[in-house]
Design a protein around this ligand. Sequence first.
Ligand code: TYD
Length: 413
Amino acid sequence: MGYFSKKTMVDCKICNRKTGQIISFGKMPIANSFKSKIVEEKVLLSNLSLAFCPFCLMVQLEETVASEILYSRDYPFISSTSNVMANHFEKMAQEIIRKIYGKKKPFVVELGCNDGILLKHIAVKKINHLGIEPAGNVARLAEKNNVKVLCEFFNKKTAMQIVKKHGKADVIAGANVISHIENLNSVFEGLKILLKKNGYFIFEDPYLYDILEKSSFDQIYDEHIYYFSGLSIMNLALKYGFQLVNMKHQNVHGGSMRYYLQKSEIRNPKSEIKRWVDKEKKMRLDKIDGYLGFKNRVDKTCFVLKQTLFKIKKSNKRIVGYGATSKSTTLLNYLKIGPEIIDYIVDITPTKIDKYTPGTNISIKSRDFFIADNPAYVLLLAWNHKKEIFQKEKKYRQKGGKFILYFPKILIE
Ligand code: TYD
């Protein structure tokens, strides 16, 4: 374990053995804590750093923020702000419906259902379902979409409650939620209770391979506790008596992986798993040295991006941001970029408009404001929605407006 300095060694949250630090960004505010007024003193709560466990191969945050702080308050992230994501979840719902085809009174559960972007397609087919959503404001939005919701965190206790009231589930789904849950032990204990013998646990999260390949370090923030790969999910599944039976890559959130788990008596893993795991091994995601160049690549991107922004500012052109994402909290705080560089950030989420970004105090404005303002440059902070945003902002670009992109490399388009 020669690569790890003793100082940074922490215990793996999955297997309790020693991990080693991959990258550290220093102190960060809560990524999604948009403020209603400028906060002069920086409320920097956690050290943002990532560790790799050479035993169970899980990449994870070293320091975490309590889930009650992150999710119990009004959660500003509303899933249905992107048409692409809405289509993506409609397709996911169709896949779930195919999985339960022919079953008597099937039951579908979603962990972290947000505003019901997925489950509303299940509800409309009158399929028995339940969304588990701890954030009250988004749970209420899901209910407005005719989705049945239990406003709780998912664990063994909630699983028992659900089984008692509704029976066991044929499919349990989770999108961008499993990587957010620190205590995966309690989740898997709950899954064991809630999932039927032949049932599927289907979940997706940003894919470690994509993050390493693009050096998209802004995926690293407090809510993303784990950075999954096929390698780490295989180990995690085995630990709790499940088996990884399929993997399907998804073109959302900058590259995500959908994992399919079943209880381990059922064996027939797809060849797709071997294909992805081989790719992961080729990138050496199972070895410490696979992570060694990451920090240098990140710092190089940051250096060039900062230079690009400074150069534009020097030519007296204005720059705004597009998308007040959680990702941008890591990017802007790590680069130490505030309103002196970025005039404001445009975002269509009503709960974010007229607020200020955590730690950097950049104001968030509506899209109408942006259209009327017509600034020369836009830093695309919601880079994972490039296609949709370029489509939406066709006119802005036709009039000469330029987007600054930074992953996988810095480009002005
Ligand atoms: P997202 O990409 O999910 O990022 P994160 O998980 O890092 O928060 O968030 C996208 C943000 O961009 C969200 O605040 C909504 C905003 N957005 C727009 O303002 N306009 C758009 O057209 C799209 C697609 C997103």
